[in-house]
Each structure stands twice: as C-alpha cells, then as structure tokens.
Write a protein that binds this ligand. Structure first.
Ligand code: IMP
Ligand code: MG
Length: 192
C-alpha cells in the first residue's frame, strides 16, 4: 500500500535550510553562544538535519519529557532528562518534532525560563495549530497542520516504531494494523 506522504525527504531538507536561515538571522549578533535543545527522542532526526545548515557556532543539548494523559483532560508532564548546560543569559532554541496539545512545550518553556536564558525560541517541524489544550507559540514552524492526523516517520513514532523512516506519512488504519502486528509478534517472541 502506498503511504500518504506529508513530507518527503526533499521537502524536509528544504524546510531545514529555510528554518536555519531564519534562525541564523536571529543569532548572528548574539554575544554568548546560543544553545540548541533537542527534545528526545522525536526531534533527533530533525535536529541533525537542521544543524547541518547552521553555520554559526552553537552548543547542543538534549532534554526529555513524558506526558501522561490519564482520565482527566489536563495531562501531566514529567521531566525524564534535564539539560546539561547552564543556559543563563543565552539564547535557547527548543527543537521539537511536533507541537500538538502544547502541554509538553508549555512545561519545557517554564522549565527552561526558570534558568534565566536571554531568550527562548520554539522551533518545531510540525505545528498542529488546532490541537492545542494550552496556548503555545511556535516561533519557527516547518509545516503548519490544520488537520489533527496522526503522523509517523522521521522521529515521529507509533509505539516507538518508525522513527527511522526518512519521510513523514499520515497513518491510515491499514498502516496501524501492520505496525500493531509487528508489536504483537515482537511481544510474543520475547516471551518465548
Ligand atoms: P504535546 O501534545 O504538544 O504535548 O505533544 C507531545 C508529544 O506527542 C510530541 O512531542 C510528540 O512526540 C507526540 N506527538 C504528538 N502528535 C504526534 C503525532 O501525530 N505523531 C507522533 N507523535 C506525536
Ligand atoms: Mg516529542
């Protein structure tokens, strides 16, 4: 079955080059080296490609959060891995795969702002503008999505599968069925 492609490998490269240009315009006069913070694990693919187009000296760091959606509609975010650098007085760019409800990014912004950076910017490959539960602004968006489809590939996962796919596709029920079968078989195998 043909996949419903949302971003091809070529389109991803074009987006990375375009965003890098916009970001470089912001950091060219910074007196302190800016920090690019990748949100694990989904942003890794995007971060690596984006950084290839940034020619200005930067630091890189990584942070990891987990969001819970229990029975309440609010959700809760937990920090799994904190920053390694002190970002006080620096420009910080949070690099994310997708901003959906905004809960993770709201948490990350509050957390990073508590370290007194000079500025914090959000750069996300995708911005699902109609899925927000809290108000979060994406300063640098690769692609704005009007529809709330579930996307897979290029860092975006379905139960940890498909992060290695080099393009992004919108998951059909058939795609999910195939992935569920892989997951089910894997669980069965590991129990033998
Ligand atoms: P939030 O809802 O804005 O807090 O997004 C939390 C995280 O959910 C994102 O960083 C992604 O890792 C994940 N996520 C949101 N939408 C999708 C999707 O369409 N596909 C895969 N992961 C998603
Ligand atoms: Mg993520």
């Amino acid at each position: 079955m043909r996949k419903k492609i949302i971003l091809s490998q070529e389109e991803i490269q074009e987006i990375c080059a375009k965003l890098a240009k916009q970001i470089e315009a912001k950091i060219k006069n910074a007196d302190k080296v800016p920090v690019f913070v990748g949100v694990l694990k989904g942003s890794l693919n995007f971060m690596m490609d984006l950084l290839k187009y940034i020619k200005t000296p930067i630091y890189t760091d990584y942070i990891q959060v987990r969001s819970y959606f229990g029975t309440s509609s609010t959700g809760r975010v937990q920090l799994l891995k904190d920053l390694s650098y002190d970002c006080q007085g620096r420009d910080v760019f949070i690099i994310e795969d997708i901003v959906d409800t905004g809960l993770s990014m709201q948490f990350l912004l509050e957390h990073i702002k508590s370290h007194q950076p000079r500025n914090v910017y959000v750069c996300s490959l995708f911005d699902k503008i109609n899925a927000r539960m809290v108000e979060v602004n994406v300063d640098f968006a690769g692609k704005v999505l009007e529809k709330n489809d579930f996307l897979i590939g290029y860092g975006l996962d379905y139960n940890e599968l498909e992060r290695n796919v080099p393009f992004v596709y919108s998951a059909t029920p058939e795609d999910i069925k195939v992935l569920d079968e892989i997951l089910e078989k894997d669980e069965n195998d590991s129990r033998e």
